[in-house]
Design a binder for this molecule. Sequence first.
Ligand SMILES: Nc1ncnc2c1ncn2[C@@H]1O[C@H](COP(=O)(O)OP(=O)(O)O)[C@@H](O)[C@H]1O
Ligand SMILES: [Mg+2]
Length: 359
Amino acid sequence: MRLRRLWLTDFRGYPSADVTLDDGLTVVVGPNGHGKTNLLEAVGYLATLASFRGAPTDALIRVGADRAVVRGEAEREGRALLLEAELVAGGRNRAQINRQPLRRARDLLGALQVSVFAPDDLALVKGGPAERRTYLDDALVALHPRHDQLRSDLDKILRQRTALLKQAGGRLTPEIELTLDVFDAKLARVGDELAAARRGLVDRLLPVLGRAYDRVARAQAEVTAVYDPPWAADGLAAALVAARRDDLRRAVTTIGPHRDDLDLAIGGLPARTHASQGEQRSLALALRLSVHEVVSEHTGTPPVMLLDDVFSELDPDRSDALLHSLPAGQTLLSTAGALPAGAVPGRVLRVHEGTVRAD
Ligand SMILES: Nc1ncnc2c1ncn2[C@@H]1O[C@H](COP(=O)(O)OP(=O)(O)O)[C@@H](O)[C@H]1O
Ligand SMILES: [Mg+2]
């Protein structure tokens, strides 16, 4: 998979941009605050229809404009693909492939795949469970775009259930009970399916994760990742029944896949609380690398790698280890400073105040 060319209109600080990428390594350089990450973010948007910085769509549209367009010319198995996403302020986003409008923008998912490494990734290890759930679910979508539907179904049911619990005000009338039964049956179905998918993914990631960690950390360690939700043994339906009184009282869904965690440990100790900063960084990188590897293997082609300012956070050893543990493929790397030794860019893009030009 290759992204050959990228066009932007009113995306972030870019009124317009037209960029050609190298098949190997393209480096994006420029002073901080001038639009390096924005450029990588646009590529990420084309792949996932979301910002890897977690920004809402409206923040991606240039201030003063009411829509933005990201268009990319990709190549997959020798075939050219013209991908286009249109972001509409406060409205429905649209997408096209080869100039054919898609019924739903989400149908663009999977056409282009990216793996992102960013300084924020440390939060995968140091942050709360939500970071790790997003990590797992993003990986599931990269493997099978249909998982995106599962995720949005879950969000929708949870929103409806919360609204109902609030409306109940702690009292279980027959009417509320009936509706709750319907919601819970749906929630149980979606939850069990998502948990099974997450578990299958973790099984696939584990062996790769251990090897990736050893490479990045340049040390042998026993790394474990365990996804074992407390409700899984008896299924979500039973857990929801058991939690119903509590849920009613607190007007939230206290148990389910939206509360799960992925427990990470290094040498038997919880990574979040016991690992050193260096070990945590290595583990965060290894988590990203292992998804990249599993997705490459699954789809037969490595995703486009986006490395956003990662070398500012890594010591030279880890930077070097990262560069050398990337599977062959296309990489887009942003940096405000020097490149690590060993990086040989095929193309350098200079960003300055919302403009970009090739060297
Ligand atoms: N929606 C927007 N409209 C206009 N400019 C924006 C928008 N979002 C971000 N910017 C500009 O982009 C700049 C940040 O660019 P960024 O790519 O993060 O910089 P860096 O080169 O440090 O990675 C901000 O300083 C801001 O001026
Ligand atoms: Mg940046």
